[in-house]
Design a protein. Structure first.
Length: 545
């Protein structure tokens, strides 16, 4: 628990401190942010040792989960460790990271919307984390963003384990069945891994880490009301808002409900903790909203997210999770699980009504709540398994040898191992995702941005989202230009035709120069080469407005 809260505190403090520095007019100074963030993490470390009970078994299991998940995610992205997802969101997020790196500040002028689009008012927590990590490691935000996302996913799995362990029924081996909660996250793979491995919901994925940390803070407060737990909630809540504020509502509803239910605690103490937990979040939300009220339309933005299906979750996962949600409502230590599922459902319903009233073709934000609900469902499913275990033990009334603690733990760990193998097999068998971005293309684009007219470059690449990323976030072209808004700018087939037929812009970035048609290779000059990628120039006439 100590290591978990310390790590989350550091990752939460870093973007908050950077955001505050920028708001004060100091700009973003990564090596000034670092000692302050470390100090916050050290404070949480010291306070956690006295305020929260933990043990070595819990610590070892948490560390094993985080290391295993992180290692697997880094293995998926080897050797480049670049973002795996696709879609326009990837280019938009990398565009904001690039802007922050180049200007050492956040965008404040609304007129920058012509360059950044909606990212001019986007909450920048994830982008600040990537920029800071890139500066600290001397790698740059482009290379740091995927490891940050992977770390957030690994920590989420560890936090889910910690939450489930504190809710386990008496008589069940706590650690083994809590580990199943982390394992079960991989069953609805489209939501746990697909959110960044296929789509590019980078900010949302990082925000989920802090939203789950808010839930853990509620669990700690409900277990033992304290200002420390309320402060943890506030820190995680501010980071949730800065990363992706849509995830903020459900944990806040759960905390309010938990405070209301603890009638054995004095009203003054409960109100004090509630104010301590909510006021900092409200303050940072008010600061960001100042001058950006137009950005509230984020809850109505269009986009594509698939409608949830039973197959996307797994029927057996939904079955045992639903049973756990119902049963958790009757257990004091587990009730926040049911409350969180209910809060997510309420927010999804509200977002659905807003989208419907606005005439949206698809309730985009409402559908995105499915990504958050998998965490309480995984905990609920693990509780179901633990309750079944305890019932079976009582009903069968095994012999003294079979009912010993040592045998029970061995049998439970055997069950966990079997479950892990069953869940891991399809994950290992699945083909590795192929990123639409690459280091050679990034270097070629950076060279082109510095040496030719960025608006006069074509993209001889295999994927339209690769071209979109190069055009916006690498070459820095404004989004509000006719060429940026023309789909033909990014379509691979149309671009090949333009370079075979002649005419058009003078330069192009080729993803694989040797793989280009002979008609193109023999009619261009290579002006820069970066492994398989190249920047080429036409030999014949060209035009570029």
């Amino acid at each position: 628990m100590i290591g978990a809260l310390t790590a989350v505190a550091f990752l939460a403090a870093a973007p908050i401190v950077a955001y505050a520095m920028d708001w004060c007019g100091l700009g973003i100074r990564p090596f000034a942010v670092l000692p302050v963030s470390l100090a916050v993490a050290a404070g949480v470390f010291l306070l956690t040792r006295h305020a929260v009970e933990s043990d070595y078994e819990e610590t070892i299991a948490f560390a094993a989960i985080v290391v295993a998940v992180l290692a697997w995610l880094l293995w998926l992205a080897r050797p480049s460790l670049l973002p795996l997802g696709s879609g326009p969101d990837l280019a938009h997020h990398l565009l904001l990271i690039d802007y922050i790196e180049r200007h050492a500040a956040l965008p404040h002028d609304p007129q920058l919307g012509a360059i950044l689009g909606e990212m001019v008012s986007y909450t920048p927590g994830t982008h600040l984390l990537a920029t800071l990590a890139g500066a600290w490691t001397r790698t740059g935000g482009f290379r740091a963003v995927y490891p940050i996302v992977a770390l957030s996913v690994a920590l989420k799995a560890g936090l889910v384990f910690l939450i489930a362990r504190r809710m386990m029924p008496a008589g069940a081996p706590r650690t083994p069945f809590a580990v199943t909660a982390a394992l079960l996250l991989f069953v609805p793979r489209d939501y746990f891994i697909g959110s960044f491995g296929e789509a590019s919901f980078l900010a949302q994925v990082v925000s989920e880490l802090f939203a789950v940390a808010m839930w853990l803070a509620v669990v700690l407060w409900d277990e033992r009301p304290s200002a420390f737990a309320a402060a943890l909630f506030a820190l995680s809540g501010m980071a949730t808002f800065l990363a992706w504020p849509v995830n903020l509502g459900p944990p806040m509803l759960v905390f309010a409900a938990a405070v209301a239910f603890r009638t054995d605690v004095g009203l003054r103490a409960r109100v004090s903790d509630l104010v301590l937990a909510v006021a900092p979040i409200a303050a940072i939300a008010a600061i960001h909203a100042s001058g950006r009220l137009y950005a509230l339309v984020i809850v109505r933005v269009p986009g594509f997210v698939a409608y949830p299906t039973i197959a996307m979750f797994g029927w057996w996962f939904l079955l045992i999770a639903s049973a756990g949600v119902v049963a958790a409502a009757t257990q004091r230590r587990a009730r926040t699980t049911t409350l969180l599922v209910a809060a997510i459902t309420v927010q999804a319903a509200v977002l659905y009504m807003v989208a419907t009233m606005d005439g949206a073709a698809r309730p985009y934000m409402a559908l995105k709540m499915a990504f958050l609900v998998i965490y309480p469902l995984a905990v609920a499913a693990s509780l179901t398994l633990a309750w079944i275990w305890t019932v079976v033990q009582v009903r069968l009334k095994p012999s003294r040898a079979l009912s010993s603690e040592g045998f029970s733990r061995t049998l439970s760990w055997t069950f966990v191992a079997i479950l892990a193998i069953a869940i891991a097999r399809p994950l290992v068998a699945a083909p590795r995702p192929k990123p639409v971005v690459s280091t050679p293309l990034y270097l070629a684009g950076a060279w082109a941005r510095a040496n030719v007219a960025p608006g006069c470059v074509d993209y001889l690449v295999n994927n339209l989202y690769t071209a979109y990323w190069l055009h916006l976030s690498v070459l820095g072209n404004a989004r509000a230009t006719p060429r940026s808004g023309d789909d033909d700018t990014y379509q691979p087939r149309q671009t090949l035709n333009r370079w075979i037929l002649g005419g058009g812009v003078p330069h192009a970035i080729a993803e694989d120069f040797e793989g280009l048609p002979k008609d193109i290779r023999t009619s261009v000059d290579v002006v820069a080469r970066f492994g398989p990628a190249a920047v080429v120039k036409r030999r014949g006439p060209w035009s570029c407005s």
